[in-house]
Design a protein around this ligand. Structure first.
Ligand code: ADP
Length: 336
């Protein structure tokens, strides 16, 4: 991302500075060590020199000292050249590696910023639709000089609906941000939570003459009661919304292998295979629910449910046949 370029470069500069400080300190240590070793070594050879070969460095003490200085200067130059070469290589390789590392370090931050921006853009888009509808209606109403009381009441009613939409969107957005907070897990009786949620939504089911069938086997999951309640409420709410009148919605809890399951099975409109991979995306609504059936919603429910499930290490799975119905299953781990 271009706008992060300055940050990459600054981070790279810091990494390179750290690498070079270490490399230069190390080089300085190598240099002093090498010089001292050489000096001691040469002195020792001079002392032993006459024993091994007569006057190898010149016959006088002054000649030997000059030889030592000469050799030292020569070696010093060679050590310095090598260390300069080594540090140049360290600088070049270090700069490349630092730039790569800076990219890696910044990637999660970049992704978080991108996600935040996408979220803001999506939320503003969703907010704009009801606001635009309200604005148009009010403007038309104000322009109409012959607006009667009945029409004014209709207009206010319609605005109230949009305000309700905005309210539920605000609730959804808040729930989505709060869904990130991890919940402590303990043993939860899924069948009991399911019983409570079914009881709560029963009036909604009655409105559509839907039968909610309980198939609740005693099931314990490693979860959090409030979170399970929220997940099931979302799944059941969808099952009711996307089911035609006089059908049946079945809620199942059961244990299988080392997992605990909670399923909501409906005989509703179903979801096309091409749309299934997207239904957990924020603000995504399948075509059928947007256009054909005009079901209320913002496309936030399933993304909230998925986040909540992830916090519990649970997984939501879905199978669906358009025109026949859908089955949403949450798989939980079982307490040890
Ligand atoms: P909302 O229901 O507010 O649109 P959700 O995130 O809960 O948002 O669902 C996303 C989409 O998935 C819905 O718009 C709908 O198209 C589809 N969907 C979810 N549950 C069901 C269901 N039980 N039956 C059919 N379609 C469903």
């Amino acid at each position: 991302m271009k706008r992060f370029e300055a940050a990459y470069l600054r981070l790279t500069a810091w990494y390179v500075a750290i690498i070079m400080i270490i490399s230069l300190l190390f080089s300085f240590w190598v240099y002093t060590q090498a010089r001292n070793e050489l000096r001691v070594g040469l002195k020792r050879v001079i002392e032993l020199g006459p024993t091994f070969s007569p006057a190898p460095f010149g016959s006088t003490a002054g000649g030997a000292a000059a030889f030592v200085d000469d050799r030292l200067e020569d070696s010093r130059r060679r050590v310095i050249t090598r260390l300069v070469l080594l540090n140049t290589v360290v600088l070049i390789v270090g700069a490349g590696a630092s730039y790569w590392l800076a990219h890696r370090t910044m990637r999660p931050i970049e992704e978080a910023v991108e996600a935040q921006e996408r979220f803001t853009a999506d939320a503003s888009h969703e907010l704009r639709t009801p606001l635009a509808a309200m604005k148009t209606e009010i403007e038309v109403g104000l322009r109409d000089k012959s607006l009667g009381k009945q029409e004014a009441v209709e207009l206010l009613k319609s605005n109230l609906e949009e305000i309700d939409r905005l309210g539920s969107l605000a609730d959804g957005l808040l729930a989505l941000t709060q869904a990130d907070q991890p919940a402590p897990r303990k043993a939860v009786l899924l069948h009991e939570v399911a019983g409570t949620v079914i009881k709560r939504i029963q009036p909604l089911a009655d409105e559509k003459r839907l039968t909610v069938k309980r198939d609740l086997q005693p099931t314990t999951a490693l979860a959090d009661e409030t979170t399970v309640d929220k997940i099931l409420s979302i799944l059941l709410d969808n099952a009711l919304k996307y089911s035609p009148n006089d059908t049946t919605v079945r809620v199942r809890t059961y244990q299988e292998d080392e997992y605990s399951y909670l399923s909501v099975i409906d005989q509703g409109i179903g979801i096309k295979a091409s749309e299934l991979p997207h239904i957990f995306e924020r603000f995504y609504r399948a075509d059928s629910s947007r256009s054909k059936s005009h079901v209320a919603g913002h496309g936030l429910g399933l993304s909230i449910a998925q986040k909540l499930a992830e916090n519990l290490d649970a997984k939501i799975m879905v199978t669906s046949t358009p025109g026949k119905g859908s089955e949403f299953t949450v798989r939980f781990t079982t307490p040890a």
